[in-house]
Design a protein around this ligand. Structure first.
Ligand code: ATP
Length: 331
């Protein structure tokens, strides 16, 4: 059996985890990106593609399971759902992830507080403006009034950084001043349980660099482009809440897109001194899981072995295959 993915985001970790569980591995690489996967021995096959759209045409090998990640969603958007290779997880969940309104709807159904959203004319406090699709925060901007919104979005359109269509679908959210935290969950149909396997926080440019400047330079506008991830463990008293949130989201997902979230997912949140506010969920592996290739505090205690998210995915596939339950984990 082969585990495959696309060569970027968290591919090294996904393929390494698959190898640890004795699977053959395959990586689909854009032309020019093969070098990384030649230098790190994780892929048994390296397949070069001109663009990720080629995956839509690919004939897949029997018993190949594809692991989707953020790059494929960012590049193909809804077309990612049509990749003709069986995928770990629920494709319908990926659809809910991509549509911002649906994304917040699911979090709200789980009674998880989300940022208030505004129409442009309603902006009366600090807001963050987001464009459709997983762009890793690229192009987001802050504004505090309708006039500022109009000016900034007009500039982005003029510079062709966003299209008219993206601009009209921009979501304006209340800006949450809090510490960001990204807990990594895994729902196992085999064990019928939600596992919290690790937590990270993203390192984003330039917002995470602004603290190094004095107040006198504070006019620089923050940007939110992800450049890396940092490990994090939560205060133990927060863990109850994080586990509850993971369970609640999984529970409501079953009604919203049967059979619900399967395999890896994440809730992207910020903790203020008063509350936890979630701004997004993802229904697939997040890049921050790569920090824990040898396991995290939580995965170590659960499994007592080096259990990364990539390996956890492969382990679930292995168990499902042994029990003839592959249909329960793929879509
Ligand atoms: P991805 O799908 O890769 O997570 P994205 O483009 O959907 O990326 P978000 O996760 O929504 O982006 O946001 C990117 C970053 O912007 C967050 O990590 C966080 O730092 C910041 N951010 C997003 N929403 C808010 C908010 N409401 N308040 C404060 N900061 C926010």
């Amino acid at each position: 059996m082969i585990i495959s993915t696309v060569g970027s985001h968290s591919a090294l970790q996904i393929l390494y985890g698959a190898k640890k569980e004795s699977f053959s591995t395959k990586v689909y690489c854009l032309k020019g990106k093969e070098q990384l996967y030649k230098r790190y021995p994780v892929a048994d096959q390296i397949i070069t593609v001109d663009s990720y759209s080629d995956l839509l045409e690919k004939k897949y090998e029997n018993e190949e399971i594809f692991v989707p990640h953020g790059s494929i969603i960012a590049t193909l958007g809804k077309r990612a759902l049509d990749i003709p290779i069986p995928m770990i997880g629920n494709r319908e969940g990926m659809y809910w992830e991509m549509i911002r309104e649906k994304n917040l709807e699911l979090l709200n159904k789980a009674n998880i507080r989300t940022p208030y959203t505004y129409k442009p004319e309603e902006i009366d406090k600090l807001c963050i403006v987001k464009f459709p699709g997983a762009k890793g925060g690229d192009g987001y901007f802050l504004c505090s009034s309708y006039q500022e919104f109009e000016e900034k979005i007009g500039e982005l359109i003029k510079e062709k950084k966003v299209s008219e269509e993206e601009a009209s679908n921009a979501q304006i959210q209340e800006y949450i001043v809090g510490v960001t935290m990204y807990p990594h969950y895994f729902y196992s149909p085999i064990y019928d349980r939600v596992e919290l396997l690790g937590i990270d926080r993203r390192y984003e440019t330039n917002v995470d660099a602004l603290g190094r400047l004095s107040q006198s330079h504070s006019k620089i506008s923050p940007t939110y482009t992800v450049v890396g991830n940092q490990p994090l463990i939560a205060r133990e008293s927060f863990l109850h809440k994080l586990l509850d949130y993971g369970d609640l989201l999984r529970e409501v997902s079953v009604d919203s897109f049967h059979p619900g979230l399967i395999g890896p997912y994440c809730i992207e949140m910020a903790l203020t001194d008063k509350e936890i506010v979630a701004f997004e969920f993802t229904s697939r592996i997040v890049a921050g899981t790569s920090l824990y290739i040898s396991g995290s505090l939580y995965s170590k205690i659960l499994f007592d072995e080096e259990m990364s998210m990539g390996r956890r995915i492969a382990r679930e596939i292995k168990l499902a295959k042994e029990q003839n339950r592959l249909d329960d984990i793929i879509s």
